[in-house]
Write a protein that binds this ligand. Structure first.
Ligand SMILES: [Zn+2]
Length: 492
């Protein structure tokens, strides 16, 4: 991750003359791209082509083609915006992507061999490359255009008459961050040709550029602790974002959120690691950053999140030398992932002992206030309850059955609640399905996993425990229905 900012201007054109060859699909200027893989284009260029199709419709069609075939999204707005606004006077972006015909390149000479140019504004990206913040298209008004498929053709005057739509497709490729590719069939060839639709190479280029977190190995993050290490051989920011000069290491995690909650991720460093925590959406749009906690140079991230998949990244600064000088950009760390929410947590995933499938739904949580709010993080002396709730499969309601409660500790121990209410070591060789309680099932069964408990009572000051709850029927005593995502308890 970087600290400093800058802004720059780049121009890329499509030409009717041959340019030098490049390798297969080419990411444009240093991997600069739109945060979140989306931007708005204003397509209402006035005028109609000789064949009767308006420039505005052709422009919108070209943008739609990128939307349909790639991970990128152009929000298409049928309004006009001046593409040259900001370039000629003071060079400040208006953050609006316009397009139009012009006889010059916003004041600079537009050669007759150049069909169109795309002009960019960029700003620094948190991860070290650049975000495109504006891209405008200027079509060469000195040349003739129509809208048609197939080979290039001449107009009635015998001069070349270029297909506007394939030029628009090409320039929109620059808008979203692609460079030229002259080695394979591609709309992004530097020279216009008979191709008039997006090619696989164009599509691959966009999907690499906006492939996001899939460019690095990633693992699922759950509530509780996660030990990690930034070290030689790790993925680098440069690989993650496909460009830029940031070679710092990055660990990438996915975090699935099932309901609105406040998310907390604290990093504890074991050595001299100067970590940075970043929370992003699936397209690596940064949502929250935690740099360091005052005094000890370890980050603590807090964010209010809605349901969906999030990306959590552990990174360092690409150049150190700040208030935490002396720390390094490699080393081990431990994340504490916790939450607070007003309601019980829906527990994702279903499992069973014998492969049976149920329509049961499981939820649970840790509460310090008798069930008004839930969290997974408590101090050793705080008293809390662990509550589980099962919406019993309608087909199982009214039947006699049993409840099971298990705890898997961060030390790797599996405990189960016995009929007298104590958690004891699980002995599957003696009792495969360790019954805690027997009930005739209603629609909703509430389970008291732990009641009015404090870790200090049993001399524990720091532990992570994953609780699982399940149920089965007396008529099928070896089958147990339970969930995948645990009810986590973090004592620290
Ligand atoms: Zn080009």
């Amino acid at each position: 991750m970087r600290r400093l900012g800058w802004r720059l201007l780049i121009i890329a054109g499509l030409t009717s003359a041959i340019l030098s060859a490049a390798h297969a699909y080419n990411i444009g200027s240093n991997g600069a791209k739109w945060p979140g893989g989306v931007t708005t284009v204003y397509t209402n260029i006035s005028g109609v082509s000789r064949s009767g199709i308006s420039w505005a419709d052709a422009m919108a069609d070209a943008a739609r083609q990128w939307n349909e075939k790639t991970d990128f999204t152009f929000n298409i707005v049928n309004e006009y915006r001046d593409p040259c606004f900001g370039y000629s006077s003071g060079q400040r972006p208006d953050y609006l992507n316009g397009s139009d015909f012009r006889t010059t390149q916003c004041g600079n000479t537009l050669p007759d061999t150049t069909l169109a140019v795309t002009l960019y504004f960029q700003e620094p990206n948190t991860l070290g490359s650049a975000d495109i913040v504006e891209a405008d298209i200027v079509f060469n008004a000195n040349l003739s255009f129509d809208v048609y498929d197939g080979p290039l053709r001449n107009g009635s005057n015998g001069r070349a008459e270029f297909d506007f739509k394939r030029v628009a497709l090409h320039e929109l490729g620059h808008v979203l961050g692609l460079g030229h590719d002259n080695t394979r069939p591609a709309i992004m060839n530097a020279r216009i040709g008979s191709l008039y639709e997006l090619q696989q190479d164009d599509i691959d280029g966009v999907n690499t550029l906006y492939g996001g977190f899939n460019n690095c190995p990633n693992t699922a993050l759950n509530f509780g602790w996660r030990n990690g290490q930034l070290a030689a051989g790790d993925c680098r920011v440069q690989q993650l974002i496909v460009g830029g000069s940031d070679t710092s290491f990055v660990d990438v995690y996915t975090l699935d959120i099932t309901e609105n909650k406040r998310l907390n991720i604290d990093m504890r460093r074991d050595g001299a690691l100067h970590g940075v925590l970043l929370l992003a959406d699936e397209k690596l749009k940064i949502l929250s950053i935690a740099e360091s906690r005052s005094g000890n140079c370890t980050p603590a991230l807090q964010a209010d999140v809605t349901p969906g998949r999030y990306i959590v990244m552990v990174n360092t600064y690409s150049s150190l030398g700040d208030v935490c000088a002396g720390l390094t950009n490699t080393g081990t760390y431990r994340l504490s992932v916790s939450y607070s929410t007003p309601g019980l947590l829906q527990l994702a995933g279903k499992q069973s002992f014998q492969g049976g499938v149920s329509n049961a739904r499981f939820s649970g949580g840790v509460t310090r206030d008798g069930g008004k709010t839930f969290t997974n993080r408590v101090t050793p002396t705080q008293r809390f309850d662990v509550i589980g709730q099962i919406e019993i499969d309608p087909q199982h309601q009214g039947q006699a059955g049993f409840l099971v409660m298990a705890a898997i500790t961060s030390d790797g121990e599996t405990l189960v609640k016995n009929a007298t209410g104590d958690f004891v070591t699980y002995r599957p060789d003696i009792e495969a399905v360790p019954v805690a309680e027997r009930r005739v099932f209603s629609a909703i069964e509430r389970l008291e996993v732990l009641k009015n408990f404090a870790a200090a009572d049993i001399n524990i000051s720091s532990i992570s425990v994953d609780f699982l709850i399940g149920y089965g029927l007396d008529s099928n005593p070896n089958e147990l229905y339970f969930h995948q995502q645990a009810i986590n308890l973090l004592v620290e």
